[in-house]
Write a protein that binds this ligand. Structure first.
Ligand code: FES
Ligand code: FES
Length: 160
């Protein structure tokens, strides 16, 4: 695969010099210093590395950067705007939805992908959206509560 020189990340053009076969996660973390997406299993099984590509939650550890090159990549770093946390980040804090926090960025990005498509998800919708995301600390019930709370906060924000 050809060398990738430009990426569209968090709404801005980024210049990189990366072999198109490298993993997107590696390029985000090592080349662009966007270290919010975490390396867990490296095999597409845990979801710690989840980013959105064209709005779809995607495992960046098993996505070749060449495949993501012409697409819109969104990482956890894009969520805070003007010093204000995104509803999902605030809800994770409010609901105490983490312990070690290693899964948190991936959980939030999976939640973001869900809320983009479905602003009022049911419990089952959330379970389905998080199916591939593992929390070794077992904070699942609080994570689900946080996504429900964030959905409510977001709907309120959109009506203001
Ligand atoms: S690090 Fe990508 S799915 Fe586990
Ligand atoms: S909070 Fe530790 S892995 Fe989820």
């Amino acid at each position: 695969m050809a060398i990738v020189t430009e990426l569209q990340v968090n709404g801005t053009h980024c210049r990189v010099q990366a072999d198109g076969e490298r993993s997107l996660l590696q390029v985000l973390r090592l080349d662009l210093d966007l270290t919010g997406s975490k390396y867990g299993c490296g095999e597409g099984r845990c979801g710690a590395c989840t980013v959105l590509i064209d709005g779809q939650p995607t495992r960046s550890c098993i996505t070749q950067v060449g495949i993501a090159a012409k697409k819109e990549i969104q990482t956890i770093e894009s969520l805070e705007q003007n010093g204000r946390l995104h509803a999902l980040q605030q809800a994770f804090l409010d609901e105490d939805a983490f312990q070690c926090g290693y899964c948190t960025a991936g959980m939030i990005m999976a939640g973001l992908g869900l809320l983009k498509k479905n602003p009022d998800p049911s419990h089952d919708d959330i379970l389905r959206a998080l199916r591939g995301n593992i929390c070794r600390c077992g904070a699942y019930s609080r994570i689900i509560a946080a996504i429900k709370t964030a959905a409510r906060m977001k709907r309120q924000e959109d009506h203001e």
